[in-house]
Design a protein around this ligand. Structure first.
Ligand SMILES: Nc1nc2c(ncn2[C@@H]2O[C@H](COP(=O)(O)OP(=O)(O)O)[C@@H](OP(=O)(O)OP(=O)(O)O)[C@H]2O)c(=O)[nH]1
Ligand SMILES: [Mn+2]
Length: 179
């Protein structure tokens, strides 16, 4: 009964309920849950990682940052390993946006391997999303700044997953951003 398939369905259902009222910032206001599902899918399909806790953490990675979910709730429901990975990839919302962005760059290299895989896939998904369409209200300069900042974060994540890093490098190269 506690097979990986059952656990994954339990996890994606939890994330879908938590993100149920959220939309992405694209003009079509895509359901937010498409993002965590897509991040988990990048990890398995492109990264070749089948570790259940990493995939669960990917599905849950924005629940604490963006919904009323607590780490205690994640730990009770999905265990300490999943809760810890989500904690590692969660921004401290009490900080200013500028400090949060700086912290991600500083913390990237000190994350666990599992958290680094989630962060690589999160950035890969978001950069592809920026190439697909511009979020409502974003200028071309803001998009380019996101690429530059993401490259600073990815620098600290190198040596974790060759396939994901290769795809990220190609996106940075297309934007003229040096990794
Ligand atoms: N590219 C893109 N991003 C969107 C869209 N809708 C929502 N987002 C989210 O917005 C975040 C990036 O926007 P920012 O302005 O830099 O950050 P902010 O949400 O904290 O203000 C990402 O959060 P995150 O996943 O927590 O990652 P991170 O960027 O904070 O590391 C991303 O998932 C969209 O349509 N396109
Ligand atoms: Mn995310």
């Amino acid at each position: 009964m506690n097979s990986d398939a059952v656990l994954l369905l339990e996890t994606v259902n939890f994330a879908a309920e938590k993100h149920r009222n959220q939309r992405r910032k694209d003009p079509e206001a895509t359901p937010y849950i498409n993002h965590p599902i897509g991040v988990a899918r990048i990890i398995s399909h492109e990264g070749g990682v089948a570790n259940i806790e990493v995939l669960q953490a990917a599905l849950l990675h924005d629940t604490v940052e963006d919904t009323d979910t607590s780490f205690a709730e994640l730990e009770a429901k999905f265990g300490p390993i999943v809760a810890r990975i989500v904690q590692e990839v969660t921004d401290d919302k009490s900080l200013s946006k500028q400090d949060r962005k700086r912290q991600q760059v500083e913390h990237a290299a000190h994350c666990s391997r599992q958290a680094k895989v989630v962060k690589l896939a999160d950035k890969l998904y978001n950069l592809r999303d920026l190439n697909r369409c511009t979020p409502s209200g974003w200028t071309a300069e803001r998009v380019q700044e996101y690429f530059v900042w993401a490259s600073e974060v990815v620098k600290g994540l190198r040596g974790t997953n060759y396939a994901l890093e290769e795809r990220l490098e190609e996106l940075f190269r297309q934007r003229g951003v040096q990794l």
